[in-house]
Design a protein around this ligand. Structure first.
Ligand SMILES: [Zn+2]
Length: 267
């Protein structure tokens, strides 16, 4: 049986508050047995860890500060972040990175907060979970200064050239339902063929980015982790690969990258 691994679920998002358990059950029943619950600030990182303790066979967490929230990091927050990193449920630092598209925090603040998280990941020997929009050059430059941590660029939407830049730095690349959106997936579709099997990961980024190949479209418009097979099917089609093989390969990559073995209960 296939075991899917969704490497980006914002399960502590407000949009899951009223039916979180049902969402988790639907995912598990649909084969999406492993979910990485992503923290974007101190509060959501803390909540992600709590959730993992309720579903230890199915979930792990990331702990970090999203570039949008960079301005919220004071010394007290850094201390809390370090404390959270000590949890055995945490498998990566992030999501962290640069978002010069929206600049919800000043670019200078984003750069500083990102570099400090890269240094923390190096110290703690953890991988980094990266977010980047309109900041590829700056991101590649910072990543090259921190060779030690393993890296995954999540929700990659860029061009073949940008993918090449990340691959040269040994990054894993996460692909979301963006790949199903024919209005804006052209760059990603051309990049997707050059990602080697051993660097590919799949994700929903739920509740965002509902795959466009779902029919009929859910009334809520909300993406859930149970929708991950729509993402993997589309990628398999574009790469001309067997779907089952792609699912197995991406779960294997999640095991290696996050040092997160498949729980015996799932086998
Ligand atoms: Zn992101």
């Amino acid at each position: 049986m296939n075991i899917w691994t969704d490497i980006c679920v914002n399960l502590t998002n407000q949009r899951f508050a009223s039916d979180q358990e049902a969402v988790i059950e639907r995912a598990i029943n649909n084969g999406v047995q492993r979910m990485l619950i992503v923290g974007t600030d101190i509060t959501s990182s803390h909540a992600a860890i709590e959730l993992c303790h309720r579903y230890p066979d199915h979930m792990r967490a990331t702990v970090g500060c999203h570039p949008h929230d960079a301005k919220t990091m004071d010394e007290k927050a850094w201390q809390q972040l370090e404390d959270l990193l000590a949890s055995p449920m945490v498998v990566a630092v992030g999501e962290c990175g640069l978002d010069f598209n929206r600049n919800f925090s000043e670019p200078a603040t984003q750069l500083e907060v990102f570099a400090r998280q890269m240094a923390l990941a190096s110290d703690k020997d953890l991988p980094v979970f990266l977010h980047e929009r309109d900041a590829c050059i700056e991101m590649l430059s910072i990543l090259s200064q921190y060779p030690k941590p393993k890296k995954v660029i999540h929700c990659f939407t860029g061009s073949e050239e940008q993918a090449q830049g990340y691959l040269e730095l040994d990054c894993y690349i996460g692909v979301t339902g963006w790949v199903t959106d024919e209005r804006r997936n052209q760059d990603l579709v051309s990049a997707i063929e050059i990602i080697p099997n051993e660097r590919l990961l799949i994700e929903t980024d739920a509740p965002y980015l509902l795959p466009k190949n779902i029919a009929p479209k859910p009334k809520s418009g909300r993406c859930e982790p149970c929708h991950l097979p729509y993402v993997s099917e589309k990628i398999a089609e574009l790469r001309n690969t067997n779907h089952d093989v792609l699912v197995a390969v991406t779960t294997l990559n999640s095991i290696k990258l996050f040092n997160w073995p498949v729980a015996e209960s799932l086998l």
